[in-house]
Design a protein around this ligand. Structure first.
Ligand SMILES: *Cc1c(COP(=O)(O)O)cnc(C)c1O
Length: 235
């Protein structure tokens, strides 16, 4: 199947399930390692949200491709690269430590712009996955914290489940994230609204587990291989 056909299929499946759960869902097409032609095929089929995990690749595509594409930085954030992607990014998914907030703030101030971010939460069993834990999120829900970062707007959370086919485990991890998202939703929403945004994005679910994620409350799925096929070697 072509990229356009696979995208259409995925979009239909996501819509069908999100209608059932009653949750509006944003589909982020993860185009990492894929050539411009594949992005354009999805674009022509109506897709506007794309996810990349490497800064150079995101910036290159953003410079070459249509300006109404919303680029999502979904990879681990290296603070020395923030100034490079900031001018091009719509949403930064992987904000997982204070240093990232500090550098985002500094670079946003230089550009006189705000940036929307997701707090990455560590939900997986593997110790290799990045993110805050539940008690750190509770700390971050205090509005005082954000006085230091006036240009940064927390609009939601992001998480990755353990890479396993154990459905119960994956669901449990997603449910944990959804509960955290809700528990602190009021505090974060107040903060986001004071900055002209809202607390609305729960980014969880990839090609292999998006349906479980949606059923556990996701409002944003990041889908790559189910749309674009197996990944090429990194560019
Ligand atoms: C690559 C990637 C995805 C997409 O993965 P697929 O399994 O191809 O859908 C989603 N989220 C993150 C953070 C990724 O790095």
């Amino acid at each position: 199947m072509s990229v356009a056909e696979q995208l259409t299929q995925v979009r239909r499946d996501v819509e069908e399930l999100s209608n059932r759960t009653g949750q509006d869902v944003v589909l982020v097409a993860v185009s990492k390692t894929k050539p411009d032609e594949d992005v354009m095929a999805a674009y022509e089929a109506g897709q506007r949200d794309f996810g990349e995990n490497r800064v150079q690749e995101l910036v290159g595509k953003a410079q070459r491709l249509p300006k109404d594409i919303r680029w999502h930085m979904i990879g681990h954030v290296q603070t020395n690269k923030i100034k490079d992607f900031l001018p091009w990014v719509h949403l930064v998914h992987g904000v997982d430590r204070m240093k990232v907030l500090e550098v985002l703030e500094r670079e946003c101030a230089k550009l006189s712009r705000n940036v929307d971010i997701l707090l990455q939460v560590h939900i997986a069993e593997e110790s290799t996955k990045f993110g805050w834990d539940a008690s750190e999120i509770a700390d971050l829900a205090r509005p005082e914290v954000w006085e230091e970062f006036p240009h940064v707007r927390p609009v939601g959370m992001m998480g990755m489940a353990t890479f396993t086919d154990d459905e119960q485990q994956v669901r449990r991890e997603f449910a944990l994230l959804a509960a955290l998202f809700k528990t602190h939703g009021k505090a974060f929403d107040q903060l986001a609204r004071s900055r002209g945004a809202s607390w609305e994005a729960l980014s969880m679910g990839m090609s292999g587990d998006w349906a479980w994620a949606l059923e556990e409350g996701s409002s944003m799925v990041r889908i790559g291989s189910a749309i674009f096929g197996d990944r090429n070697l990194p560019l």
